[in-house]
Design a protein. Structure first.
Length: 137
């Protein structure tokens, strides 16, 4: 399955008064990881891909995380995001944050591609060309 990695620095605003990353910020990092992963396979910014395909987005329907070590302001970490399952309209992503090669946090998301029909959100089929790229084929 297709994956994408990037280096990021833990920022001051990511941390709580104890100086460690406040846990909801990890989910924001994972969300960005999914966006970068999708952009890497579509070759488009999220807004352009969604507009071109008449889609609204890929909202999260399930998420969880596991914490192995605390991250702090100024830490440089690697975020690796990888598709792990591709369905008809849903997909699952696994995220790993590592510091100095050691696992700090793992996250898992299930997302659904959606469009709008008569004002209501509706799941949308993942286009065949995109599903192929998600699988890394």
């Amino acid at each position: 399955m297709k994956s994408n990695s990037r280096i990021l620095r833990i920022e001051w605003g990511d941390c709580d008064p104890a100086g460690i990353v406040y846990y909801p910020r990890y989910f924001e990092i994972f969300d960005n990881g999914t966006t970068y992963l999708m952009e890497s396979i579509t070759g488009q910014l999220k807004r352009d891909f969604l507009s071109d395909r008449h889609l609204l987005g890929w909202p999260m329907v399930d998420t969880r995380a596991s914490f192995a070590q605390s991250l702090r302001y100024g830490d440089d970490v690697v975020l690796e995001s990888q598709f792990v399952e591709i369905g008809r309209s849903s997909f699952k992503v696994h995220h790993r944050l590592t510091k100095d090669g050691k696992l700090a946090v793992e996250g898992w998301e299930t997302r659904v591609l959606v469009s709008q029909e008569q004002g209501a959100l509706k799941s949308a089929l993942i286009p065949a060309d995109i599903a192929t790229k998600m699988r890394g084929l």
